[in-house]
Ligand binder design. Structure first.
Ligand SMILES: Nc1ncnc2c1ncn2[C@@H]1O[C@H](COP(=O)(O)OP(=O)(O)OP(=O)(O)O)[C@@H](O)[C@H]1O
Length: 393
C-alpha cells in the first residue's frame, strides 16, 4: 500500500515565541499550563499518523481537540511548529512543512484540494463556474474543463442546475456543488473539514452516501474531520480519535468499537450500536481455537451441539447437530429456509453481525459456520461470542 500523507511527530503551537511553549511541552506541561504561562494555544502535540492512498481517514474528537488543526497542516494552512508532514507528490514524498513556496503552490493546485464546512462557493459564479474553479486556476484549457465539469455535475445530479447561482440552491445542494468541485480537481488528496455538519440529518445521510458512491469510482485519499461518530463509522476506513490536541487511538472502525483505548473513546462509542459496525470476522473464533471432537471432527460451539468433520483441504465433509446429520445452508438463503433444527447456517467472514444473529435466531441458537471464498471452513460464531461483542465484555 502506498502512503499518501504521513504526519511525523507534529506539534502545532499558535502564538508568538513558540520555542518557549515547545520547551514546556517537552517537560510534560499541559495545554492549560502552556496557555497560562505563555498565552499560546497548543493546537496539537506529538501527532503521528500515516494515511494510505485511496482510504477515507476520519479525524474525530470533541470540539477543540485539534482535528482541524491537524487537517490544515496538510496544505500548510496551519504552520507546523515541529515535525514533518509528508505528502505524496507524483512518485515522491514532499515535506509540506519545509518545502519552498513554488512547491507548496503546486501541491495546493494539483495534489491537495479542500472542502470547507461553509461551502465556499463564489456567489457571482454559476454552479458550473464554481465547479470548474479549481481546474481554471490550474490552467486547464476551456474545452477540457467544460467536459470535466459536465461529468462531475452529472455524478452529483446537478446538471439541471448548472446555470444557477449559489444563492438559488438549498444548503444541501450547495454542499453537493462543493463536493463536485473538490472531486473535479485532479487532486488525488481531499481535505474535508466537517463538510456536512451544517446540514439537516436526512440530507447529511444522502450526501454521505453520495460521497461513498463517488469514492468507489474516483478512489481519492480523503482526510475527513467529523465530531459525529456515526458519520465516522459509516464513511471511515480508519478513524483517529483526538483528545486535547493528541491522538489517543487510531484504527479501523471495528477496532475502535471493540477495543476503545481509554474512557474518552469509551464515552464516544457508548451509544453506538455494534450491530451496525461489526462483521462475522470481528467476533468469530478461529478454527484453530475450536475444540477437537476426535477423528477429524471439530466442535463449533462450547455447548457441543454442533460439529463438523473437516477434510485435508479444509472443506466440510460432514456435519452433525444434536447427534443427527445436519445440512449447511448459506445465510443468504435465510428467507427461503423454514425453521429447521437440522440446519446449520454458514456465512462469509464479511457478513454483518446482524445477519449472523438472525441466522442464530432462525436455527434455535445453533452456531454459525464461516467459510472463505474457496469454501474452506475458517471458524465459527457461538451465541457467547455474539453476546461478548454486543456487551463489549
Ligand atoms: N488560527 C488559530 N489561532 C489560535 N488558536 C487556534 C487557531 N486554530 C485553532 N486554534 C486553537 O487550537 C485548538 C484546536 O482547535 P481545532 O480547531 O483544531 O479543534 P477541532 O477539534 O477542529 O474543534 P472544532 O470541532 O470545534 O472545530 C483550539 O483550542 C483552538 O482554539
Amino acid at each position: 500500500m502506498n502512503v499518501a500523507v504521513d504526519f511525523k511527530n507534529v506539534d502545532i503551537v499558535f502564538g508568538a515565541d513558540t520555542n518557549a511553549s515547545l520547551a514546556m511541552l517537552d517537560k510534560g506541561a499541559t495545554r492549560a499550563e502552556i496557555l497560562e504561562k505563555t498565552g499560546n494555544v497548543l493546537g496539537c502535540a506529538g501527532a503521528n499518523l500515516t494515511i494510505n492512498e485511496g482510504e477515507i481517514s476520519v479525524l474525530m474528537g470533541l470540539s477543540g481537540s485539534g482535528k482541524s488543526t491537524l487537517l490544515r497542516a496538510v496544505n500548510r494552512l496551519n504552520i507546523v511548529s515541529r515535525g514533518s508532514v509528508m505528502v505524496k507528490d507524483g512518485d515522491k514524498m514532499v515535506d509540506v512543512v519545509s518545502c519552498d513556496e513554488a512547491t507548496l503552490r503546486r501541491l495546493r493546485q494539483h495534489q491537495v484540494a479542500m472542502v470547507f464546512q461553509q461551502f465556499g462557493l463564489l456567489p457571482w459564479r454559476t454552479v458550473e463556474e464554481n465547479v470548474g474553479l479549481g481546474l481554471e486556476l490550474a490552467g486547464m484549457p476551456d474545452a477540457e474543463r467544460k467536459a470535466k465539469v459536465g461529468k462531475q455535475l452529472d455524478l452529483v445530479n446537478l446538471t439541471p442546475w448548472a446555470k444557477k447561482y449559489a444563492h438559488e440552491l438549498s444548503g444541501g445542494m450547495q454542499q453537493r456543488v462543493g463536493l463536485a468541485r473538490a472531486f473535479a480537481t485532479e487532486a488525488p488528496i481531499l481535505l474535508m473539514d466537517e463538510p456536512f455538519s451544517a446540514l439537516d440529518p436526512l440530507i447529511r445521510t444522502k450526501l454521505q452516501d453520495e460521497l461513498l458512491q463517488l469514492q468507489k469510482t474516483l478512489k481519492k485519499t480523503i482526510i475527513f474531520v467529523s465530531h459525529d461518530l456515526e458519520e465516522a463509522l459509516k464513511i471511515g476506513n480508519t478513524i483517529t480519535i483526538m483528545e486535547g490536541g493528541r491522538i489517543v487511538q487510531s484504527g479501523p472502525p471495528e477496532d475502535i468499537v471493540l477495543r476503545p483505548a481509554n474512557d474518552y473513546v469509551r464515552d464516544f462509542i457508548a451509544n453506538v450500536n455494534p450491530l451496525s459496525v461489526l462483521t462475522a470476522w470481528n467476533v468469530m473464533r478461529d478454527r484453530r481455537d475450536l475444540e477437537d471432537a476426535g477423528e477429524g471432527w471439530l466442535w463449533l460451539d462450547r455447548r457441543k451441539t454442533t460439529r463438523f468433520k473437516i477434510d485435508a483441504q479444509g472443506l466440510v465433509a460432514a456435519a452433525e447437530r444434536n447427534g443427527q446429520p445436519a445440512v449447511w445452508v448459506s445465510v443468504d438463503e435465510i428467507d427461503k429456509s423454514a425453521d429447521e433444527a437440522s440446519h446449520v447456517f454458514w456465512a462469509k467472514p464479511g457478513t454483518s453481525l446482524k445477519l449472523v444473529m438472525l441466522a442464530m435466531h432462525r436455527s434455535q441458537t445453533s452456531p454459525v459456520a464461516l467459510f472463505d471464498d474457496q469454501s474452506r471452513f475458517v471458524g465459527a460464531i457461538g451465541i457467547r461470542d455474539v453476546l461478548s461483542a454486543v456487551l463489549r465484555r
